[in-house]
Design a protein around this ligand. Structure first.
Ligand code: TRP
Ligand code: SF4
Length: 422
């Protein structure tokens, strides 16, 4: 655990071999509910990962404000403020609007349309069986969550993902079941609507459009996959398709689907990209979470940060400065695991066990490290806070780009579902 806690999250290449995923599937999409100001737990658990991904993929990051309504429909007044606070936190953390597209879910209406259309083919049982459904209802007893919106929320999430034909969805453990549901929905959708009349002939025509050499290669790879189950051949064929400049999107989908015998792949199946981040402890040693009241905000006032860390509980055995302690029983040590290098950790551990250092000495190293981490974040946040118009325009641009991508998918979806009568 220690080694993992120290090192920055491994590059995504460690999770998924990028080269085996078709290029169109390399779009990254993730969203966050607007819960207000973010804290160090969000930073280490999610944002640092996003910042890294934005350099490697085409990234879409969005504020899931409709998702907030599924549980907070009675207290929707705070959502707006939370949205802007969160966007500023993202930018402050290093999300670069030149790299990633930042947008707000409720401003891309197409999400709602896809949600509705997908609801037609989604068996109720699939939604009722999503683990978070019963769990959250239990946990949030004080709210009435026996609503249609709440039941449908994982499907809304599926729509969020599928509408961008995203290949990778960076999420925490708790969201994996939702990505799994998304895969099933996509499969079902493609199964029902990807089987157009004359599919085989259309696919054969599309093959010829690739030119002699590529057509021959495609056929060979397809045969090798279908007859011998050679998955390498499947990957190669998919890569081949992605390199084709002169076939239409429709033909692309057909040829994709034709490889494994099904229909067109209108909505590709995404994969979860699990964030392997260090567990960020809160001030009391439990997981950092607003509901536990143990957080340090991303851009909290430095004096406040210092105070909070100074007041942190330590190993209760160290009553006096001369009493030795055990780092394993101290939440401050958890911070060292996130923030300190081997040398500092060695110093703290040794000093703790031998009463060679006082707890305030030990904490000071953590205070310095947290403040150093926050300094550039705070600076960027202040810049954006003083330019609300800039933030608005970054988001407006992100919304436009997201909408363009979403509309392209919706065209294909409407076509496939027989709704092209305009
Ligand atoms: N459900 C996610 C959460 O509560 C937020 C979310 C909504 C999301 N839509 C998404 C995450 C699509 C990833 C992809 O954290
Ligand atoms: Fe915790 Fe450090 Fe004090 Fe040991 S010396 S009890 S690790 S704060």
């Amino acid at each position: 655990m220690q080694a993992r806690a120290r090192s920055p999250s491994p590059p995504p290449e460690n999770h998924v071999n990028v080269n085996t995923i078709p290029r169109q599937h390399q779009r990254v999409l993730s969203g966050m509910r607007p819960t207000g100001r973010l804290h160090l737990g969000h930073y280490h658990g999610v944002l640092r990962n996003w910042v890294q991904l934005q350099h490697e993929y085409e990234c879409f990051f969005f504020v899931a404000d409709w998702h907030a309504l599924t549980t907070h429909y009675e207290h929707s007044g705070v959502i707006s403020e939370n949205v802007w606070d969160m966007v500023i936190d993202w930018l402050a953390a290093g999300i670069d609007p030149g790299d990633a597209k930042l947008f707000i879910q409720s401003r891309v209406y197409e999400h709602a349309e896809l949600h509705l259309l997908l609801s037609m083919v989604t068996p109720l049982g699939w939604l009722e069986r999503v683990p978070s459904y019963k769990e959250q209802q239990e946990r949030l007893r004080e709210r009435d969550l026996a609503t249609f919106g709440f039941l449908g929320y994982p499907l809304l999430q599926s729509a969020d993902i599928l509408i961008y034909r995203a290949g990778l969805v960076p999420v925490g453990e708790d969201q994996v079941a939702h990505v799994e549901l998304t895969r099933e929905i996509a499969r079902r959708f493609n199964h029902i609507y990807g089987r157009e009349p004359g599919f085989e002939e259309k696919a054969e025509t599309a093959i010829r459009k690739m030119g002699k050499k590529n057509a021959k290669l495609y056929r060979k790879l397809r045969r090798r996959y279908q007859e011998q189950g050679d998955s390498g051949a499947l990957e190669t064929a998919r890569a081949l398709l992605d390199d084709q400049q002169n076939i239409t999107l429709g033909d692309h989908e057909r040829l994709f689907g034709y490889l494994d015998g099904g229909g067109r792949v209108i909505l590709p199946e995404p994969r979860a990209l699990l964030t392997e981040a260090p567990k960020m402890p809160g001030l009391d040693g439990q997981k950092m979470s607003k509901s536990y009241g143990n957080v340090i905000e991303l851009r909290e006032d430095p004096r406040e940060v210092q105070e909070k860390l100074r007041r942190m509980p330590t190993d209760p055995a160290r009553v006096r400065r001369t009493d030795p302690g055990d780092p394993a029983k101290c939440p401050v040590w958890q911070f060292h695991l996130v923030y300190s290098d081997g040398q500092t950790r060695g110093w703290a551990e040794e000093g703790c066990r031998t009463a060679g250092i006082g707890c305030l000495d030990c904490k000071q190293k953590v205070i310095d490290a947290v403040l150093a981490e926050q300094a550039p974040i705070r600076e960027r946040a202040a810049e954006y806070e003083s330019q609300p118009d800039l933030v608005r325009s970054i988001v407006a641009e992100g919304c436009d780009e997201a909408r363009d991508a979403a509309r392209e998918t919706m065209e294909a979806v409407r076509q496939a579902m027989g709704l092209a009568h305009r």
